[in-house]
Design a protein around this ligand. Structure first.
Ligand code: PEP
Length: 255
């Protein structure tokens, strides 16, 4: 996996209907299915997973989800289980996204979700990131702790199903204060590598690291080239098939 760039689209709670979801997915697939150096993953709202999976042909574009519950069945109103997702053909799940953390998800709950997702065979995209950068660098400790808690009990054997996405909250979404600079991302990509090495020795180096936050068609290549990341987690720009297609094309070219 590490030789291919991993580009994940987080569709959040868009598009507003199935027709648009299918049209956007098909347009993305047209580009993504031609690219040998990119693994594309689309994470739509749960309700679209099954229909979009029917449009998947081959392995260059696959389907993921944006959340999952800790158990495979039970009295958990409104939740979706890991095995429900795998039974529909989803292979990835985003966990610990800052928008879910803002709804009250703590690292301990995220850890339970990570373990349950692994057990079902899902690849976990664990999001970490600080809300602001303090001059003393305490945000580094914050990110390392997020990782250590969310990865509690994760074994070396699980690492082939693990991806870490650095998503600084200040650089994400409509309210981003400024885009992150490639050097901001490089600093944290080194921190993530070190934290993984502390936890898993050399096996930690196999875990792909992504950057997410205001990625667009103009800046995607810079993060991939200058920040030592293996791919990107893209929010808003993944809903525009033309822009996302350009991101995929630039990822395909970066060596
Ligand atoms: C996200 O929310 O995961 C994200 C990266 O958002 P955006 O690309 O829109 O900043």
């Amino acid at each position: 996996m590490k030789s291919k760039k991993l580009i994940i689209g987080n569709w959040k709670m868009y598009p507003v209907n199935m027709k648009d979801a299918k049209a956007t997915f098909s347009a993305i697939k047209k580009v993504a299915s031609t690219l040998r150096n990119v693994q594309t993953v689309i994470c739509p709202p749960f309700i679209y997973v099954s229909e979009l999976k029917k449009l998947v042909t081959g392995h260059r574009v696959v389907i993921g989800a944006q959340n999952v519950w800790t158990e495979n069945e039970g009295a958990y109103t409104g939740e979706i289980s890991p095995t429900m997702l795998t039974s529909l053909g989803a292979t990835y799940v985003i966990l610990g996204h800052s928008e879910r953390r803002a709804m009250g998800e703590a690292d301990e709950l995220i850890n339970k979700k990570v373990l349950a997702a692994f057990k079902a065979g899902l690849t976990v995209v664990l999001c970490v990131g600080e809300s602001m950068r303090d001059p003393d660098g305490l945000y580094m400790k914050f990110i390392a702790t997020q990782m250590q808690t969310a990865l509690h009990g994760v074994q070396k054997k699980d690492l082939s199903q693990m991806v870490i996405a650095y998503e600084p909250i200040w650089a994400i979404g409509k309210h981003a204060t400024r885009p992150a600079l490639p050097e901001d991302v490089l600093e944290i990509s080194i921190l993530i590598k070190k934290t993984l090495a502390d936890l898993y020795a050399k096996d930690g180096a196999t875990v792909p690291i992504l950057y997410g936050g205001s990625v667009d068609a103009k800046n995607a290549w810079e993060f991939l080239l200058k920040s030592q990341v293996d791919g990107l987690l893209v929010g808003r720009a993944s809903l525009d098939a033309k822009v996302f297609g350009e991101i995929l094309l630039s990822a395909d070219k970066v060596k």
